[in-house]
Ligand binder design. Structure first.
Ligand SMILES: Cc1ncc(COP(=O)(O)O)c(C=O)c1O
Length: 462
């Protein structure tokens, strides 16, 4: 195969990474890696100017809030670096423990329900078009009884969706641009990025790597990954994720009780992200609604993505209790309903058939097995880094291991690991300035890949 052909093959098999000339930075040296900047496989004439002249521009101004966003979203940036690495090492067996996408097949008890629903769509009796925007009744009822039994959450408090990330953005549309937000630092990037897009923030301040007008609640080993609320400024909205992505830490009942009280004292709304609740091993709350009084100050978003391998199928849900009111007494759920009806149109009926199967006794058993498999991966990764003398956090209650590299730049560590082991991790600073000096290693991977990655880590750090 020609060199151009090899490059094309190795890149096109990766992701939708933005392909541009890039500099691959390593702590000890910098290597220029040039990859084709436009369509691969298109042979360009030597005389083609590198700068393409745009012939026509509309008169529409770019959304100034989107223009505030820094570089790419974290994971496309990682995919870009992975692609550049493959150009440099076309034969490398790259192992990805980075983005946090699931790898194991969906249990058949779940896919067979989706297949049946899918085939039924080809029959007159089984066909259905638009469904209820809030989700199908049986799915809402099954979510309520499976995850919120005895917590006073009713089926009509539940909105079934195409995933937690999508709901986070829809919630931001509900809140609008005039609210202030707080996030754990580090945190899942969608909270900050959606906040910037909605215009809730000021500009990015490069020196401190923070957006103006966002309250970053530092979560580090020093405070047990729970923010010191006495130093946190009041905001309208508080995004809080437990078990946490990326640190893998989970808040205790006492800590969540403090958080609910803090929200109540400040008149704030907590957006509680419980996307990893089923990974909890310790006796911590799996839902914010386990905390008395939370229904007046919190809503919760969750997902089937990491329980059943639904990252591609797409199904999640958001719980908004009737008791949660805006300052004028209007229910938050009613405004969310309006946004769901306007901007969404309900989750796919096939995905919902899968979701219902997930919540059957056999489906629940199968999900626990999938989660158990990833938790074994987590153990293997934790043991590896522990044996190498690193300080390792998370893991027990989440599929993420948070490894400390004190005094080092996360991107340098990420680059060194990729360069020397061909393993993709995630640099902690990509989740906020509080993640500097850490890398996140995801437990989502085939067992042989996790074992191989750990063998390579042992060689690198022995
Ligand atoms: C904390 C957190 N929330 C939400 C999501 C997105 O979930 P979904 O696939 O349901 O959109 C993720 C995915 O990685 C996540 O880590």
């Amino acid at each position: 195969m020609s060199l151009q052909g090899q490059l094309s093959a190795s890149i096109s098999s990766s992701s939708s990474a933005f392909l541009a000339p890039s500099v691959f930075i390593n702590s000890s040296r910098a290597v220029n890696v040039s990859v084709p900047s436009k369509r691969l496989g298109v042979c360009r004439c030597v005389a083609t100017p590198t700068e393409e002249v745009t012939a026509y521009k509309t008169t529409v101004s770019r959304n100034a809030n989107i223009a505030k966003l820094q570089a790419g979203y974290l994971f496309p940036e990682i995919a870009r670096r992975r692609a550049a690495h493959l150009v440099k090492y076309p034969d490398a067996k790259v192992i990805s423990l980075g983005i946090g996408d699931t790898t194991e097949p969906i249990p058949e008890v779940i896919t067979s329900a989706m297949a049946q629903r899918s085939y039924a769509l080809s029959t007159v009796e089984g066909y259905s078009g638009y469904g209820a925007e809030q989700g199908e009744r049986p799915v809402r009822a099954a979510i309520a009884s499976t995850f919120y039994k005895d917590l006073g959450i009713e089926e009509d408090d539940i909105f079934v969706s195409d995933g937690a990330k999508c709901d986070i953005s829809r919630l931001q549309v509900v809140f609008g641009s005039d609210v202030t937000v707080a996030v754990q630092d580090p945190s899942y990037p969608a909270y900050v990025d959606s906040s910037v897009i909605l215009g809730q923030t000021g500009l990015y301040q490069k020196d401190i790597q923070k957006y103006a007008n966002i309250e970053y609640m530092k979560c580090s080993p020093e405070n047990g990954f729970f923010p010191d609320l006495s130093t946190v400024a009041r905001t309208d909205i508080i995004f809080f994720c437990s078990p946490n992505n990326p640190t893998g830490s989970a808040a205790t009942r006492e800590q969540l009780t403090q958080l609910v009280q803090f929200a109540k004292d400040n008149g704030s709304i907590i957006v509680y992200d419980s996307a990893y609740a089923m990974y909890m091993s310790d006796d911590n709350p799996r839902s914010i609604f386990e905390i008395p009084g939370a229904k007046e100050v919190a809503l919760e978003t969750a997902s089937f993505s990491k329980y059943a391998g639904f990252t591609g199928v797409r199904l999640g849900w958001t719980v908004i209790p009737k008791q949660l009111l805006f300052s004028d007494g209007f229910p938050v759920a009613k405004d969310f309903n309006r946004i769901v009806c306007t901007c969404f149109n309900g989750a796919s009926n096939i995905s919902q058939a899968g979701g219902l199967a997930c919540l059957s006794p056999e489906g629940l058993k199968a999900m626990h097995e999938v989660i158990g498999f990833y938790k074994e991966n987590t153990q293997i990764i934790m043991e590896t880094f522990n044996s190498l003398g690193f300080k390792v956090y998370g893991g027990t209650n989440a599929p993420y291991v948070w490894v400390h590299f004190p005094g080092q730049s996360s991107w340098d560590v990420f680059a060194e690991i990729l360069e020397k082991t061909h393993v993709v991790t995630t640099p902690g600073s990509g989740f906020g300035p509080g993640g500097e000096g850490f890398i996140r290693v995801s437990a989502f991977g085939h067992r042989e890949n996790v074992l191989e990655a750990c063998r390579r880590f042992k060689q690198l750090y022995k």
